[in-house]
Design a protein around this ligand. Structure first.
Ligand code: FES
Length: 58
């Protein structure tokens, strides 16, 4: 069975993890020029947000 989780990176993107491998980094700061994907801009703007972990499906 496929296991899908969202790892919410501290001060960074939502990392979509499928069977233990990160398959996508989705922008959480709203400033990426490649939305919905993270392009690293969160580091330049000093985005601050807590980490979290969400299990979506197993
Ligand atoms: S979270 Fe990385 S660019 Fe928005």
């Amino acid at each position: 069975m496929t296991r899908v989780e969202v790892l919410v990176a501290e001060n960074g993107p939502n990392l979509i993890q499928v069977d233990g491998k990160v398959t996508a980094a989705l922008c959480r700061c709203g400033q990426s020029s490649k939305k919905p994907y993270c392009d690293g801009t969160h580091k330049k703007i000093g985005f601050v947000a807590p980490a979290d972990h969400i299990k979506v499906l197993e």
